[in-house]
Design a protein around this ligand. Structure first.
Ligand SMILES: [Zn+2]
Length: 98
């Protein structure tokens, strides 16, 4: 599949459609050498290096280590009951009907 068709399929962007007058354009030539592309972009004062990779999101455990200071915890207390989803717990609730 051609690169323009892939862009159309994934991003719904028709990269070969002329934004000014509408008809479909065709590729007359392509620059495949990275050094040549870099020199042309530098000459045009356009970015010629890929942007730095963003840092990955911290894991959930890392985000939950400290309570957020943005929350108003107040002076009250709470007791939280939970379960560990044991086999029997799941079995009882799977058989439950109204
Ligand atoms: Zn045009």
């Amino acid at each position: 599949m051609a690169w323009a068709d892939l862009l159309q399929r994934v991003f719904e962007v028709d990269a070969l459609r002329c934004p000014d007058c509408g008809p479909r354009m065709r590729v007359l030539s392509a620059i495949t050498g990275p050094d040549v592309a870099r020199r042309i972009l530098d000459c045009l004062r356009m970015p010629s290096r890929a942007p730095p990779l963003a840092a990955s999101e911290p894991r959930a455990e890392e985000r939950l280590e400290e309570p957020s200071s943005e929350l108003d915890w107040g002076s009250g207390s709470a007791r939280i009951f939970s379960c560990d989803l044991t086999y029997d717990y799941v079995k009882i609730n799977a058989e439950y009907t109204t």
